[in-house]
Design a protein around this ligand. Structure first.
Ligand SMILES: NC(=O)c1ccc[n+]([C@@H]2O[C@H](COP(=O)([O-])OP(=O)(O)OC[C@H]3O[C@@H](n4cnc5c(N)ncnc54)[C@H](O)[C@@H]3O)[C@@H](O)[C@H]2O)c1
Length: 317
């Protein structure tokens, strides 16, 4: 396959790039390094090209399609860094997505995989959230990602849009796991928002990606999750146990911020049925595999698209 990964220097993009190179595919990455890092990708690899630039640059996107001639597109680029920078979110997540979708249409690609956030569902009436629950985004990131996905769905392309639970794996730098790990290791205090989230291991994300890229696979919108929710405090307790920290007092638990959602758990039933897919790793194993990775590699920069500081440690990417 010739796989064009937008945002390929980010957490998911770089993990996918690494995996696709390993199995022999050609990979082109376009990334503006807003939240991704060049160092997350191999320095030199005969089947990898890395272009620094933005999906908002239409001539560049068109040129890369013309030169690389991708058979598959994985659209992973997304802006979320500053929740008040609506224009940047709209430019990257809507306009940029339109550029990539239109270029893909003109290029006769085999498959287009997009990643969407559970924030598209907004504040769900109940959890787990089925994939046909109404879209009610209420943040700049959620609104712009929802719009991008909607344009893709209108495009007529053979597409899969994966609405992702919190994927944990190498280079994860967002959310409570790296935040608790970093702060507790440095002897700093933490607090937990009273929220429920779902987590999925990178290997389980890989297995659904393999199925999503396969020829003749189903198209459309799919939730990717284990379907089980866990509190942020559950994560905190595992990190405390992993680091062997003794707490002098119980960790404070705070109500979720105004731009946060109390419970987000995606219902993967339709995805499991359509792709005959099952996640392999349970919650605790997933968190502990992540912590073991930090033990070896450390934690890089921590971003959040929530207005609350990272120390609040509530997540949703
Ligand atoms: N990681 C998760 O658990 C999760 C959950 C839900 C949705 N998603 C979606 O998956 C995708 C990847 O997320 P991630 O966790 O890897 O985040 P990330 O920030 O690590 O990756 C996003 C990448 O896009 C790049 N980028 C931003 N604006 C760009 C632009 N204008 N042009 C080109 N590149 C640009 C960034 O530099 C970064 O490398 C995003 O679309 C995100 O919305 C991820």
């Amino acid at each position: 396959m010739r796989i064009f990964i937008t945002g390929g220097a980010g957490c998911l993009g770089s993990n996918l790039a690494e995996r696709y190179l390993e199995v022999g595919h050609d990979v082109l990455v376009l990334d503006n390094f807003a939240t991704g890092h060049r160092g997350s990708l191999p320095d030199h690899h005969p089947r990898l090209s890395v272009v620094e630039g933005s999906v908002t640059n239409r001539p560049l996107v068109d040129r890369l399609f013309a030169e690389f001639k991708p058979s598959h597109v994985v659209h992973s680029a997304a802006a979320y860094k500053d929740p008040d920078d609506w224009l940047e979110d709209a430019r990257t997540n809507i306009e940029g997505t339109i550029h990539v979708v239109e270029a893909a249409k003109a290029a006769d690609i085999k498959r287009f995989v997009n990643f969407h956030t559970a924030l598209g569902y907004g504040r769900p009436a109940s959890v787990p959230i089925p994939v046909d629950a109404p879209a009610r985004p209420f943040t700049s990131y959620g609104i712009s990602k929802q719009a991008g996905e909607t344009y893709l769905a209108m495009s007529g392309l053979p597409f899969v849009s994966l609405r992702l639970a919190n994927v944990t794996g190498p280079r994860l730098a967002i959310g409570p796991i790296p935040t608790f790990y970093t702060r507790l290791k440095a002897g700093k205090g933490c607090f937990c928002s009273r929220t429920i989230r779902d987590f999925i291991d990178m290997d389980d994300f890989f297995s659904v990606m393999d199925l999503a890229l396969a020829e003749g696979a189903p198209t459309g919108l799919f939730n990717v999750s284990t379907g089980t929710g866990h509190s942020i405090k559950d994560i905190f307790d595992i990190v405390v146990d992993h680091l062997g920290v003794t707490l002098s007092e119980p960790v404070p638990e705070v109500e979720p911020g105004a731009d946060d959602v109390p419970a987000v758990v995606l219902d993967p039933a339709a995805t499991m049925a359509a792709f005959d897919w099952q996640p392999r790793y349970g919650f605790e194993q997933t968190i502990r595999r992540m912590l073991a990775w930090y033990d070896v590699n450390g934690v890089t920069a921590i971003y959040s698209h929530l207005k609350a500081p990272p120390a609040v440690a509530s997540i949703q990417t």
